[in-house]
Write a protein that binds this ligand. Structure first.
Ligand code: 3H9
Length: 667
């Protein structure tokens, strides 16, 4: 049932009922079109209350339909019919009213809402603009300056808190529908308010200039936010009728864009990530007390993330001095959230009240989750787990944050290995969204399901990885770097490679990234392997490290740096040092450089899939986007190469990508 209609003494109560989010798919639109026509024609109906069943009003248009051409009845037309109705339509809002849901409410003559109802136009996140009147009606209701952040910058407003006057006519505690029916009864036979689209609107040139600068800076390869602003402006300057026609045209153009397809792909992959299909029958355990071993960068970041998710955290270090340093760092991370306006003083205080510290591991005994983040060697990690195995209860989940070591070897000899797994956070762990979840063959399904549930609570994007060197992300990173160095040996200059990757949408290129992290890390790994007898040819990075150029921290690596400035400057000295290893004079355009490197990432991704290390291509895209800065508006290396492959060959055959996808890629 997509729509229910009840008669309440001359007032029609129309309830949209399309779980889980009351999306306005075709069947719902057909039912709504029918209701609009029937209620308009029915002389016994004096007013209409429009509401949503379940936990929200309407979550928006049905995004799963966006891979197909638009089908009638179109939402903007339905909203226009409501706005033009001779009878008052009252939207009764609760939960969320997003995208087309908010636009539907804007088309009604009145809006009343339960306190806490969230209203927003998140279309730009999907690479599109609000396409059912939102860009035109909202500025006429709340003013241009207030409307811009909602239309183009994903600002969500809350009824009873920060929703501007003009948006909500009444906030009601208690029985929302009852209050809406009473409100409607008082409007029957009264003159209708001036339609939103007929209200005056204006803005100074400064408002547009400031918004344009702000939005251009933040929109990173996604054309939608600036398009949304331009469409809003066009309507303000040319009138609502022209504005609505222009909105529709731009909406349809962007709906068919590559960026929108990429962002839709990520939308569905992100929604599906915390709830893997094969674990839906398993009830996760509820975790409340966490222990974190190691007060370094990773441990403190993980601690801050756990505190933010509501767990109590005990930080463990080897000695009192290290513990005090770790606690101070962790406290600093929480307090930085206050300075950046992300949390209040009170919230920070509440979080820090759940933090304690300890020297040694004895205090881990009551924890139901312990995450180890100590130095990255087996010799140090193994004894930690041997002791945790003795101290903690057999059902406490024990996790290693290793990024390269084999979790099976870390857990060797551990009692109850079913409660052990890898949780690979990315630095800074309280900020980065990605969490690689690495089960061993012994990990129980409940432990695994609990890890996914923890990720959900932490607000992370979890991706399951099998065991291999570097898991999914660092394995691809290694291939990507090797391919970049290969290109360099063939004669493409370092600054050209980095600039090409930046133009593609990464925040920095592979060599700039190494300079930031330090070239000595991978050099030490190579040296260790060489010491074990592995044959690894001399690499450009070896020459730089041996010449004392370890990256930013030594004032030079692939680039030169001046003190107190992280800006990389092309280095004649670095070029001279690596010159003996440069054997070609290859010349590539920026697009060719980026294409080749992304193709390498995808190739490694396909190998990872073939080996069963990753479950589905979209997981690899999530890893790259959330852990390694792959531009969102390109969807990830698997998505991009698959799209390009299909575009080039005019076929959807290929790597089997679509068959593996979730609902977002249904044709
Ligand atoms: C739009 O409106 C365009 C218009 O301007 C113009 C039109 C002409 N469609 O997030 P959840 C699925 S564009 C289809 O876990 P929550 C989701 O994939 C749209 N499916 O729930 C998941 O599926 P599954 C603008 C959707 O309670 C299930 O519903 N609107 C849609 O945590 C539950 O989702 C948006 O961008 C959809 N619109 O959060 C809002 N939304 O169970 C996007 C969700 O198979 N949605 N699904 O994995 C959201 O932000 C959240 O889903 C919401 C609920 C806050 C609504």
């Amino acid at each position: 049932m997509d729509l229910q209609i009840e008669n309440h003494s001359g007032i029609a109560l129309v309830t949209i009922d399309n779980p889980p989010v009351n999306a306005l798919g075709k069947a719902t639109r057909l039912a709504l079109a029918d209701a609009i026509a029937r209620l308009e024609a029915d002389p016994a109906v004096g007013a209409i209350v429009l509401t949503g069943a379940g936990k929200m009003f309407v979550g928006g248009a049905d995004i799963t339909e966006f891979d197909r051409p638009p089908e009638e009845p179109h939402l903007p037309d339905l909203i226009q019919q409501i706005a033009a109705s001779s009878k008052p339509w009252i939207a009764a809002l609760h939960g969320t009213a997003l995208g087309g849901g908010m636009e539907l409410a804007l088309g009604c003559h009145y809006r009343i809402a339960a306190p806490g109802t969230r209203l927003g136009l998140p279309e730009v996140n999907l690479g599109i603009i609000p396409g059912a009147g939102g860009t035109q009606r909202l500025p006429r209701l709340i003013g241009v300056e207030a409307a811009i952040p909602v239309v183009a910058e994903n600002r969500v407003v809350t009824a009873g808190q920060d929703a501007e006057p003009g948006l909500i006519d009444q906030v009601v505690q208690g029985d929302l529908v009852g209050a809406a029916l009473t409100f409607a009864a008082g409007r029957i036979g009264q003159p209708l308010p001036v339609a939103a689209s007929a209200r005056p609107v204006s803005a100074t040139p400064e408002v547009w200039t400031a918004a344009e600068a702000r939005i251009a800076k933040a929109s990173k390869g996604n054309p939608a936010p600036l398009a949304a602003l331009a469409v809003l402006r066009f309507g303000v300057e040319n009138g609502a009728e022209a504005g609505l026609a222009n909105e529709r045209m731009v909406f349809l153009r962007l709906r068919a864009s590559e960026e929108a397809a990429a962002l839709r792909h990520l939308f569905f992959a992100e929604r599906a990530a915390p709830r893997p299909a094969d674990l839906r029958d398993v009830t996760p355990r509820t975790l409340t007390r966490a222990g974190v071993i190691g007060g370094g960068t990773m441990g403190t970041g993980i601690g801050a993330a756990l505190l933010a998710a509501g767990l109590s955290v005990t930080l463990s270090e080897r000695d009192e001095a290290a513990l005090q340093r770790g606690l101070a760092t962790l406290k600093g991370l929480v307090e930085a959230g206050v300075k950046r306006g992300l949390i209040t003083e009170a919230q920070a205080g509440e979080r820090l009240a759940r933090l304690s510290g300890t020297v040694g591991l004895a205090a881990m005994a009551p924890c139901d989750l312990v995450i180890e983040a100590v130095f990255e060697t087996l010799e140090i990690k193994r004894p930690v787990f041997a002791e945790l195995g003795r101290i903690c209860s057999p059902d406490a989940i024990l996790a290693t944050n290793t990024s390269y070591l084999d979790p099976r070897r870390i857990a060797e000899g551990l009692a109850h290995p079913d409660r052990f797994l890898g949780l690979h956070f990315f630095s800074p762990a309280h900020v980065m969204k990605l969490l690689e979840i690495v089960p061993t063959p012994d990990t129980s399904r409940q432990t695994l399901a609990t890890a996914f549930d923890l990720a959900r609570r932490l607000g992370k994007i979890p991706v399951r990885s099998g065991i291999c060197d570097g898991f999914i992300g660092n394995r691809i990173l290694r291939r990507y770097r090797a391919a970049a160095e290969d290109m360099l040996r063939q004669g493409v200059p370092v600054p050209e490679i980095d600039a090409a990757l930046r133009a593609f949408g990464f925040a920095m290129g592979p060599f700039e990234m190494q300079d930031m992290a330090g070239l000595d890390i991978s050099w030490l790994q190579r040296e260790a392997a060489r010491a074990q007898g592995e044959t690894i040819a001399v690499q450009p990075g070896d020459l730089l490290v041996l010449a004392g150029r370890k990256g930013q921290k030594t004032g030079g690596g692939w680039y030169d740096y001046v003190p107190e400035d992280r800006k990389p400057r092309p280095s004649a000295e670095a070029a001279r040092i690596i010159a003996p290893l440069v054997t070609g004079n290859l010349s590539l355009s920026p697009a060719e450089i980026a294409d080749r490197l992304v193709a390498t990432m995808a190739e490694e991704g396909r190998a990872i899939l073939a080996e069963g290390i990753a479950t589905q291509p979209s997981d690899i895209d999530l890893v790259e986007v959330h852990g390694y800065g792959f531009p969102r508006s390109k969807g990830g290396p698997m998505f991009l190469t698959e799209r390009r492959g299909r575009g080039a060959h005019g076929t959807s055959a290929g790597s089997g990508y679509r068959q593996d996808q979730g609902r977002g890629c249904r044709a």
